[in-house]
Design a protein. Structure first.
Length: 220
């Protein structure tokens, strides 16, 4: 941050493992980002460093194209920072959020912190939700065969935050079961669009950004 203050930099993106620690160096933090406990977007305005979390919009905006988050039931899979961000964003949008994951103790702790309902994997598999948001690395390159669900996926809409590969095992199985799927590239693109607009004050060139992202992923 000392270096950034001496450079002609208007803003920058923050990724793991720095999304939490960056908050202590900022003058102004967006309320949702503070609740999530993570900032991925920093910019300077009126001499002050400001922070926001555009990952939240990366979850709610793609989902909103398929359902109304308010009053919808959403199962968030995971217990890390991505799951916390998704849960907080969805709760703020009025959704009824349930959490599950491989570590029941961490799931319960996160659910208590966010105000969501915790379920074990077995309990979640016996229920049905309007949507699932998958927030773990399972299925990510170079181990694309991983999948949290062994059989039926208990939701009408399946949103996988993993974007490499573009079609994960989870999404492929969801398609086979007749579900509506949302690939992780939509989340990746949406959070970047919001960053661009914060930094420049202009509409993002969405189509050019999507083309660039797809080309980059096709080379991995």
């Amino acid at each position: 941050m000392d270096l950034a203050g001496s450079l002609p930099v208007a803003g920058f993106s923050v990724t793991i493992p720095h999304k939490q620690k960056i908050i202590r160096y900022l003058d102004v933090v967006d309320p949702l980002a503070r609740r999530i406990g993570a900032v991925n977007t920093v910019w300077r305005k009126a001499g002050k460093w400001r922070g926001a979390n555009t990952d939240a919009a990366g979850v709610t905006v793609p989902l909103s194209r398929h359902l109304r988050p308010a009053k919808s039931t959403v199962l968030v899979v995971g217990n890390g920072g991505a799951a916390r961000g998704a849960a907080c964003a969805l709760l703020d949008a009025g959704a009824r959020v349930t959490l599950t994951g491989r570590n029941p103790d961490r799931v319960r702790a996160l659910a208590k912190a966010c105000g969501a309902e915790p379920l074990t994997r077995e309990q979640a598999a016996k229920q049905h939700f309007d949507a699932i948001v998958h927030c773990t690395p399972l299925g990510m390159f170079p181990h694309p065969d991983g999948c949290f669900f062994d059989a039926d996926i208990p939701a009408d809409i399946v949103f996988d935050m993993v974007y490499n590969p573009l079609e994960t095992t989870l999404l492929r199985r969801a398609k086979e079961q007749g579900k509506t799927v949302i690939p992780g590239i939509e989340m990746f693109l949406e959070q970047a669009v919001r960053q661009f607009e914060i930094w420049t004050g202009e509409l993002a060139p969405r189509s050019a950004m999507e083309k660039a992202a797809l080309e980059a992923l096709s080379r991995t």
